[in-house]
Every structure is written in structure tokens, then in C-alpha cells.
Design a protein around this ligand. Structure first.
Ligand SMILES: [Zn+2]
Length: 636
């Protein structure tokens, strides 16, 4: 059945059930007023007006959030819910099974029903819920503040949204202003479908700056920054050039753009977890306040903007059929996330290099750390890569403790390895005439300017790969999706002129990560990661690799490191102890706290410090070719 056919069927189902009396097709747009003036107090106020007919009506709160691939709608924080008609309260009752659905009976004579709600927001991510504000800025994903008729297709429910902002706050969104919209402290937007509304978050803040990333060109590309301080919004001229190069690189890569204009929304604050959420015409990016001021922070988040931007093509325009749902209540299927997220992770990294954000050395250090980590984790012995994708909705929220055995959302990083290998195979088989870029152009290009979703299946991916370069792609992908190791798929690194090796010199990407996230990664020597002293999780063993020296000695995640060889521990003393043990027969003695009990663990390890790197195999540097700038260098 075609897409339009599904729409009709779902609307028909509503009529037959007699459940909802908001006819999406004939109704007036839902009038939505969102008040962000209490955002610094971490409350969003929302008021909606639905045109209705008397009778039973069910309104629902978005549950399955696009890009989050999970039933994450923060229903627990939906508060202050009231329905009213003709000035009178209309009672509602929550569905006993689907807690995201609210039933009511619209009284005779009521043709416009008001629904109002408050959304409570947490101060920071780790306290649960979806943080979206700081004292100085707010990100508004509209799905947080809307209800819509049960069963309706999100393409067919129209919304006329408006926003009130704290005095003096500026904003950006991919939505377009309606004629006569106020110029300050708020705005009214053109009527759009619920799909487009949810796809167009709004970033607002007291300290706000916008940069033109494609001057004089159509479509427009802008970087909009809201930060917790004015200085944090300042982009260096070099960073601006890299971002302009990124826009140019995607033009060469795809040959078509599926947006009318593109807005990077970048919130720089320490009160939102670093993250990115992709949309067709924008992306919601969150990073530490110091991002643009600290080279280590930049190094660890270098691929954030390229990744989210690439998603406009891969994930938004082309989307796995299981993720192209009709509304936000229909469950999503994540089995093809190794394409949706894996290909995006690969190109996010390569585009960061092509745009000049990363040097070839930085790219290699990143790849070495990624490949070595995956290669080291034994979780693949019981769980294949495809199962991590199918399990995405539970793995995003999983603890770091135990991740080497549980596996994590590995379809990102292992996707990088798989697509690197595919890229090297195309280059080899076509004798350098073709590359994975040709797949992107074929699969994600065409139809310039069309903001729409074109779903695909596994078979479509295999067929498109074969059209680029004939090869046994069916078995290639099946092998990598269902392999149980040992080890990660390293063929791409080997085909591209490199191999994984270890030395006692620290990996540069891991060093930047350590400076930014406060964890020391000794996975490849003692076999654990540990939180640096200080902070909530200070001294905690984050994860222990099964089979490693630390695991053999009995150390487990959640214990807290107290001392090394009889001395209060620090990252320096721990490393000194590892180096000293190399020339000794004595084990390293670690004192650890497990709940209220302290005991000593003797780790019999004498391999010295070990950090991953890529070492040349003296073949052609295919990796260097892949990472090379393709578009003409943008003018300074
Ligand atoms: Zn992504």
C-alpha cells in the first residue's frame, strides 16, 4: 500500500471507532501558543485550541520521538492538563493501558476545545527526563508541548504555532514567520503539518549569535548559537571556514539538498547533555559552554555538526521503512539503524576531515580508539550488530557499567568500520573509479529541494550498492550484521593502508576525551575505565572488560578506587604503577571500596601502558584519499 493509502486507512479507522471527532482533513489548524517565559524556571506552558464536534474524543501526547528511535516522550512531566469548552472544564480520563492517551467527551454545543498543559523540565539529564533549558537558553522540541487526535497521521494535522519568549531573548527555527508576526519577544509561524512542526525545533536564548554558512547562495545555511555567556557564542574565522567548507562538501557529495534552507541550532551550556538531534531543515545540537573556546572539547565533538547535517539526507529524506511511521504513537523498528546511524557516523567523521576540522592524524587516532574499543569488547560473542540496532530503544538509556559485555549502540561506531570497509571495496573493485560517495549521490541525491520522506528496505540498500559496483553485498552486510567475532570488522582499516597497533604513547583522541569527560580509559592495559576523583561519580570504576587483568583480579564496575600500591590514587600515580610493573614480577595492588567495605585487589599485569594507534602498512593511503577535501576550497 502506498503512503497515501495508509493515511486514508488510519483516518477511516478513527471514524469507524467513533473515537475522535477531530477530522484532520476538514478541521481548522490547531492553534498552539507556547510560553517560554518561565523557561529559566524549567517550565514550558502550552495552550492549544482544537476545532471539535460533540462526542468522545481522544488526544494523545507524542511517545515515539523521531531521531531518538525510542518511546521517550516525557509523559511523566506532562502536568497541569485541562480541557475546556465554552468556558467550562471538560473532564478527561487517562487510558488505562496507553498512558499517553487522554479520553474526554465533548459536550453538545462545543466546537472549539482548549487544551492546556505545563511541561516540567529537569535541571540536568542525569536526574531523569529531558533537559531542555538553562537559566539563559531554551531548546523547544515542539513534541514536548503538543497533543493531537489519536490515530491521525502527523502529515495531516495542521498547527498554527506561536511563541512567547523571555524579554530580550532571540531565537532561530526552520519554521517561517507568519505575516504580521511580532518582531520581538515572540513570533507567530506559518501553518504547518504536525510532522513539520515537530521536525522544526526552536532555539532561544539571552546570548545569541547567527552566522551565514553559505553567503550569497541559495539555499541559505545558518549556524545559530545560544550560549550561557556572550563569549561562548564567538566562532573563530577558522571554524567559520570549516563550516562553510562542510556545506560545500555536502553539495559535491550528494548533488541535491532536501530543504528550503538549513539552520544549525547550537546550544552551548553545561546544563544539557551533549547531544544532537537531526531534522530535515535544521538540527538541535547541544554541547558544553566552552566548546568553541577549548580545543579538547572541539576535538571530541568535531563530528557533531557534520553528523547531524548528513542526517538531513540519510535519516530524514531517506529513512528505513520501520522508522517512517505515520505518527508519534506508532512503534518504530530500528533494525536498519546501522544504515541510518552507521553510515551517518562514518560520513560525519569523514566530512569533519574533508572540511578541515580534523587533520588526517586526528582522524586516524579517532579511528584507532574506536576500532580498538569495539575489537576489545566481548559482547559480540552473544549479541550481533543487528541486535544492537533492534534494541536501540533500550540501549540508548543503558548504563556505562557493563557495556563491554552488554554492548552499546554499536551500530554507530561499528557502522563506521563496516561502511569504511564497503567504501574500500568499491574503490578496489572499480579500480578507483567509484566510491561510497557514488552510493550517497544515487541513494540520497536527486529531487533537489524536496522536503519529504522516501522510505527504504534492506533490499533497496543492497540493490543500490550493486548498482554502484557489482559485488556480493548481500553476504557482505549479512556477515557483518550477524558475526560473533572474535574481534571487530577491521577489514576497512586494513584495506585502506593501515593496521591497529598499540604503544605506550597516549592516543590523542582518548587524551582529549579524558580531559573532557573526566574518565581515564585503561581498557587496553589493566582493562577498566575509571572516573577521576571529584564530581558525583568520582573514583568509580565505570566498566571492566570481562577477561581483562582487572576482571581476573575480581574488580567490578561500581567499586570505587581508593589507592594504588598503598598510595592515594590519581591518574598520574596509576600510570606510574602500570609502568613500574612492566619491569617487575610484583602485581599492582589496588585498594577499592565496594559499598561500605574496603579490600585490596592484586592485578597481575606487566604489559605496560597500551594505547591504540593506526600504523601504516606501506600500501596506498586510501584512508587519506577518502578524507581529502573534494569541493573547491571556500574563499576566506
Ligand atoms: Zn545520528
Amino acid at each position: 500500500m502506498g503512503k497515501r493509502g495508509i493515511l486514508r486507512a488510519s483516518l477511516l479507522a478513527i471514524a469507524v471507532m467513533g473515537g475522535a471527532r477531530v477530522s484532520a482533513e476538514n478541521a481548522q489548524p490547531v492553534k498552539l501558543e507556547v510560553d517560554l517565559r518561565d523557561a529559566p524556571r524549567r517550565i514550558f506552558h502550552s495552550r492549544m485550541e482544537f476545532s471539535v464536534q460533540p462526542g468522545p474524543l481522544t488526544l494523545v501526547y507524542p511517545k515515539w520521538i523521531p531521531g531518538e528511535h525510542a518511546p521517550n516522550g516525557p509523559i511523566v512531566d506532562l502536568t497541569g492538563l485541562h480541557f475546556r469548552g465554552n468556558g467550562r472544564e471538560i473532564p478527561w480520563r487517562r487510558d488505562d493501558v496507553d498512558l499517553f492517551a487522554f479520553h474526554c467527551d465533548v459536550p453538545p454545543g462545543v466546537t472549539a476545545m482548549e487544551a492546556s498543559l505545563d511541561l516540567l523540565l529537569p535541571k540536568e539529564e542525569r536526574s531523569g527526563g529531558t533537559a531542555s533549558t538553562s537559566a539563559q537558553l531554551a531548546v523547544l522540541p515542539w513534541n514536548l508541548v503538543v497533543l493531537y487526535p489519536a490515530g491521525a497521521h502527523s502529515d495531516e494535522v495542521m498547527f498554527s504555532a506561536s511563541i512567547r519568549l523571555p524579554a530580550g531573548w532571540k531565537f532561530a527555527t526552520a519554521l517561517e514567520r507568519a505575516p504580521g508576526s511580532p518582531a520581538e519577544d515572540g513570533a507567530r509561524f506559518q501553518t504547518v503539518s504536525l510532522t513539520r512542526l515537530v521536525d522544526s525545533p526552536l532555539l532561544s536564548g539571552a546570548f545569541f549569535k547567527s552566522y551565514d554558512l553559505s553567503p550569497g547562495q541559495i539555499p541559505e545555511h545558518r549556524l545559530n548559537i545560544a550560549a550561557d555567556s556572550p563569549i561562548a557564542t564567538t566562532l573563530t574565522s577558522e571554524e567559520l571556514l570549516h563550516l562553510r567548507q562542510l556545506v560545500a562538501e555536502t553539495g559535491v557529495l550528494f548533488g541535491a539538498r532536501h530543504y528550503r534552507h538549513y539552520d544549525f541550532l547550537l546550544a552551548l551550556t553545561d546544563y544539557l547533555a551533549p547531544n544532537g538531534l537531526e531534522h530535515h531543515e535544521s538540527s538541535d545540537n547541544r554541547a558544553p559552554e566552552k566548546l568553541l573556546l577549548d580545543p579538547d572539547a572541539m576535538e571530541t565533538l568535531m563530528d557533531l555538526l557534520p553528523h547531524e547535517f548528513f542526517h538531513s539526507w540519510n535519516g530524514k529524506y531517506r529513512r528505513p521503512a520501520g522508522l517512517a511511521t505515520s505518527n508519534y504513537q506508532e512503534p518504530m523498528k530500528g533494525d536498519l539503524l546501522w544504515v541510518y546511524e552507521g553510515l551517518t557516523q562514518y560520513y560525519g567523521v569523514m566530512l569533519a576531515a574533508r572540511s578541515g576540522f580534523w587533520t588526517p592524524e586526528q582522524l586516524r587516532e579517532y579511528l584507532a580508539a574506536t576500532a580498538a574499543t569495539l575489537n576489545d569488547w566481548p559482547g559480540r560473542t552473544w549479541r550481533d550488530l543487528e541486535d544492537t540496532a533492534i534494541s536501540s530503544q533500550i540501549l540508548y538509556g543503558a548504563r556505562q557499567a557493563g557495556q563491554s559485555w552488554r554492548r552499546s549502540v554499536d551500530y554507530y561506531d561499528e557502522g563506521t568500520l563496516v561502511w569504511l570497509e564497503a567504501d574500500t571495496i568499491i574503490r578496489r573493485e572499480s579500480k578507483g573509479q567509484k566510491s561510497l560517495d557514488d552510493f550517497c549521490r544515487r541513494f540520497h541525491g536527486s529531487e533537489d529541494g524536496a522536503v519529504k520522506v522516501v522510505p527504504y528496505t534492506y533490499a533497496d540498500v543492497v540493490a543500490a550498492m550493486n548498482e554502484v559496483t557489482p559485488y556480493d553485498w548481500g553476504n557482505f552486510f549479512a556477515d557483518r550484521l550477524h558475526a560473533h567475532g572474535p574481534g571487530a570488522p577491521l577489514g576497512g582499516i586494513e584495506n585502506s593502508g593501515w593496521k591497529l597497533s598499540f604503544s605506550d604513547e597516549m592516543n590523542d583522541h582518548q587524551r582529549a576525551e579524558e580531559d573532557t569527560n573526566g574518565q581515564i580509559d585503561l581498557s587496553f592495559s589493566l582493562g577498566f575505565t575509571v572516573e577521576l576523583p571529584g564530581g558525583d561519580g568520582g573514583n568509580a570504576i565505570v566498566d571492566v572488560i570481562p577477561g581483562s587483568p582487572a576482571a581476573t583480579a575480581g574488580i567490578a564496575p561500581g567499586m570505587r578506587l581508593v589507592a594504588v600500591n598503598g598510595r592515594k590514587w590519581s591518574s598520574d600515580w596509576l600510570r606510574v604503577a602500570i609502568r613500574a610493573a612492566k619491569d617487575s614480577k610484583e602485581p599492582i595492588e589496588l585498594l577499592l571500596e565496594n559499598d561500605d567495605f574496603i579490600r585490596s585487589f592484586r592485578v597481575d599485569y606487566h604489559g605496560g601502558e597500551r594505547y591504540p594507534h593506526l600504523e601504516s602498512t606501506h600500501g596506498a593511503d586510501v584512508l587519506g584519499q577518502i578524507a581529502r577535501r573534494r569541493a573547491p576550497e571556500v574563499a576566506k
